[in-house]
Design a binder for this molecule. Structure first.
Ligand code: NAD
Length: 351
């Protein structure tokens, strides 16, 4: 398979690219602008491998996207490039509107032109897979879970921009017959997660004995999925998903934010004792505006229709992730020193 992956230098896109190149032997063209969140080092295991190539480009540049498709001739586009951090969307939404909405429009138009020019066999094979988030569904009460039929109710600039992009993708299917797939996934964690996000921020602040600020009272609930399980789910969908369908992907691992932070403290105390327990570093800070109370995903369709199962429990996945950060200071140290210190916002952040 030949796959064009947008946002492949980011957290999830690089996990997808590693899986495709190293395990599936696919040919992959990564298209990435290399914003603050993109990092070529995330792809170091793929560099130089047969079939791997990289194009630094902005997805909003439609002519460039069309040319990249015409030259690379993908069987599928996996579209992950996005502005992805909710807190940044609250302080400045413009990049989110541009990349997540205009950028998706640009990718859809480039794909539509490319698809129209394919011969019948290639046309039947082609698919445009749009990768989205469960945040488009809004906030849950104490019970229930999001599924493929949940109505959209985005509440942050980030989730609103992702919701808009989901709608565009479905419209391009209904109106123009573009063969699309949409996935909505819960919170990811794992290796190469940019240190502004909740789990890496807490691991690194806790490692360095810095305060661990927790929004509100820490009771907000997220459903956590290891990034490699998400990558496997995405490759399953692009290979076997039914055109025009949406698939919800989740970890069946609901945890309160405070629980997540305490778990990290305890695991780090066991690995690198500090003298006093790290739970003492926790500080409760003013809540994020419009902070969604609870997310949970019902991933029955992924399991029953496509046979996907997550392989990592939250407990094993979080321990593995902590060990990865302990072993890979070469990766995070420059990011902490040059891009995000973990102190700038003074907040705990998610997604
Ligand atoms: P990320 O911020 O780590 O990576 C985004 C990548 O997109 C970066 O490499 C960045 O350089 C690139 N990019 C940004 N703007 C671009 C542009 N205009 N042109 C080309 N490249 C550009 O994000 P992530 O966490 O890996 O998320 C990837 C996708 O998955 C996003 O669409 C996000 O909405 C979705 N998602 C994320 C999560 C999560 O928990 N992180 C959960 C569900 C869905």
């Amino acid at each position: 398979m030949r796959i064009l992956v947008t946002g492949g230098a980011g957290f999830i896109g690089s996990a997808v690219t590693r899986l495709l190149v190293l395990e599936r032997g696919a040919s992959v063209l990564v298209v990435d602008k290399l914003t603050y969140a993109g990092d070529r080092r995330n792809l170091r295991d793929c560099e130089g491998r047969p079939g791997f190539s990289f194009l630094q480009a902005d997805i909003c540049d439609r002519a460039r996207m069309a040319a990249a498709m015409a030259e690379f001739r993908p069987d599928a586009v996996m579209h992950l490039a996005a502005e992805s951090h909710v807190d940044r969307s609250i302080t400045g939404a413009a990049d989110f509107i541009r990349t997540n909405i205009d950028g998706t429009f640009s990718m859809l138009e480039a794909a539509r032109g490319y698809h129209a020019g394919l011969d019948a066999e290639a046309k039947a094979r082609f698919r445009f897979h749009h990768i989205s988030t469960d945040e488009v569904f809004g906030s849950l009460g104490p019970t229930g879970a999001f599924s493929e039929t949940t109505a959209y109710d985005p509440r942050s600039p980030y989730s609103a921009s992702k919701a808009a992009s989901d709608h565009l993708v479905r419209a391009w299917h209904e109106t123009y017959g573009l063969p699309v797939l949409v996935t909505n996934c819960s919170n990811n964690y794992g290796p190469y997660h940019f240190p502004e996000k909740l789990i890496p921020l807490v691991i690194l602040n806790a490692l360095e004995g810095k305060p661990l600020p927790v929004y509100g009272d820490g009771s907000n609930i997220r459903d956590w999925l290891h990034v490699e399980d998400h990558a496997r789910a995405l490759v399953t969908v692009v290979e076997r998903g039914r055109i025009g369908e949406t698939y919800c992907i989740g970890g069946r691992a609901e945890r309160r934010n405070l629980q997540v932070v305490e778990t990290i403290c305890d695991l780090l105390d066991a690995r690198r004792p500090m003298g006093t327990p790290r739970r003492g570093l926790i500080r409760f800070v003013t809540d994020r505006p419009g902070h969604d109370a609870r997310y949970a995903i019902d991933c029955t369709k992924m399991e029953s229709e496509l046979g996907w199962r997550q392989q990592q429990s939250f407990e094993s996945g979080i321990a593995q992730t902590i060990d990865w950060y302990l072993a890979n200071e070469w990766w995070w140290r420059p990011l902490r020193e040059q891009k995000y210190s973990g102190e700038r916002l003074g907040l705990i952040t998610q997604k």
